[in-house]
Design a protein around this ligand. Structure first.
Ligand SMILES: Cc1cc2nc3c(=O)[nH]c(=O)nc-3n(C[C@H](O)[C@H](O)[C@H](O)COP(=O)(O)OP(=O)(O)OC[C@H]3O[C@@H](n4cnc5c(N)ncnc54)[C@H](O)[C@@H]3O)c2cc1C
Length: 372
């Protein structure tokens, strides 16, 4: 085992929106704490999840990064459209909402900005650094083995934030169970700049699930078939030919892709709803997708991650004042938020009744009582 290389008050595992928001808010509310973010990537790979709804604005303001975010000039989004419950295409214009514009994010750039802002405020950032293992050392310290560019280092921390995304690596190393509520997958295809100019994010319900398409930077486009794992297998959707055959069954998504040139083969991403059976423990908590994962239909993953980072920072401040009250409140807030989400999710899936014999829709309708 390597020697301890560095010691921090709080180590945040994962530099996505949840980890970065926790760091930014902690810096604001308890600047005396020493903080580190451990991030496995260098923000070089594309990241999934790029529609930022208007209700992100107050969160970005609260985190003190609104001006820096605006300077990044992500493409504005003024609404979304969907066919859900009927074949009619309906628009959801952000103009009538309290914050009237959302964004088509360059996710890589967005996530990198958040950690850069945290670093500017004095947070130690370690990229290309992957959590390997973790153990309790004595009654109030954690020892974390990190692999950084092939080298092992040992970090010590009083408090650990698991913000590693849906894998919830640190929490599962503690033996905390993930409760998985469905088997939704997204089969994604990226398209080059020949994509058509309609700039709105489109959601289109379909017999075996739903389709999603959205603009990306440089006039590129992403389209995804969202359905359950067994249906991906049955329809062999990992093959581009089968994916294209199925998109012909849609009304609007197929039109949007008519002139678009696919870049490579489809890629499959987990998109199931889940939550940890508990999101706090002695000297740790989970934030963002590590704590709970919403269906991408909600488009709320990033704002939820930012919000949980804020809540997490309040709980951690309480922890360093010697009280567990903050962690207990955090546990309650995450549970309440998830319950509210499940009710909304059941309501949305309940609105689509066109395909009675379809396993995808039957599962969502039958599971209603479980989720409310
Ligand atoms: C198909 C799909 C479409 C989506 N579309 C949208 C959308 O349009 N809008 C929206 O708001 N949300 C969307 N989401 C959800 C959104 O992407 C997530 O909710 C959001 O990224 C969660 O942020 P996070 O910080 O909790 O986790 P993540 O963004 O997953 O960040 C986790 C971080 O931890 C790092 N990490 C992982 N393991 C380790 C390790 N061992 N050591 C160190 N670092 C590690 C990762 O590199 C990553 O940077 C979508 C999700 C899916 C699956």
């Amino acid at each position: 085992m390597p020697d301890v290389t560095e010691t921090f008050d709080v180590v945040i595992l994962g530099g996505g929106p949840a980890g970065a928001a926790t760091a930014l808010s902690l810096r604001e509310h308890n600047p005396a704490l020493s903080l580190a973010i451990i991030e496995s990537s260098a923000y070089e790979r594309p990241r999934i999840g790029e529609t930022l709804p208007p209700n992100a604005e107050p969160l970005l303001r609260q985190l003190g990064i609104w001006e820096s975010f605006l300077q990044e000039e992500h493409a504005a989004a003024y609404g979304t459209c969907s066919t859900w419950g009927s074949a009619e295409l309906l628009g959801n214009d952000f103009f009538y909402q309290p914050y009237n514009r959302g964004w088509h994010l360059d996710r890589r750039r967005f996530d990198a900005l958040l950690v850069r802002e945290a670093e500017k405020r004095g947070v130690a950032l370690r990229t290309n650094a992957v959590l390997q293992s973790s153990e309790r050392h004595g009654s109030d310290l954690w020892r974390l083995t990190i692999n950084s560019a092939g080298q092992e280092m040992l970090l010590q921390a009083s408090f650990v934030v698991d913000a590693t995304g849906r894998r919830a690596l640190f929490a599962t190393q503690r033996g905390v169970r993930k409760i998985v509520l469905d088997h939704l997958l997204g089969v994604f295809l990226f398209f080059g700049s020949a994509a058509r100019a309609n700039d709105q994010t489109l959601v289109e319900a379909w017999a075996e699930g739903w389709w999603y398409s959205a603009l990306l930077p440089d006039a590129c486009l992403v389209a995804a078939c969202m359905t359950d794992g067994d249906i991906v297998k049955k329809l062999r959707l990992k093959s581009a030919a089968n994916w294209f055959e199925r998109v012909q069954e849609t009304l609007y998504t197929k039109q949007r892709l008519t002139a678009a040139v696919p870049l490579g083969e489809p890629s499959v991403h987990a998109a199931h709803t889940q939550r940890l059976e508990r999101v706090t423990g002695a000297g740790w908590l989970a934030a963002g997708d590590a704590a709970s994962v919403f269906d991408p239909l909600s488009s709320q993953g990033i704002t939820k991650a930012l919000r949980s980072g804020l809540w997490a920072s309040y709980a951690i401040c309480d922890h360093f004042k010697g009280t567990r009250a903050g962690l207990e409140k955090y546990e309650t807030l995450i549970a309440r938020e998830f319950k509210g989400y499940l009710a909304t999710r059941a309501e949305y899936y309940g609105q689509e009744r066109r395909w009675h014999g379809s396993p995808f829709w039957q599962r969502r309708h039958e599971a209603k009582d479980l989720f409310t």
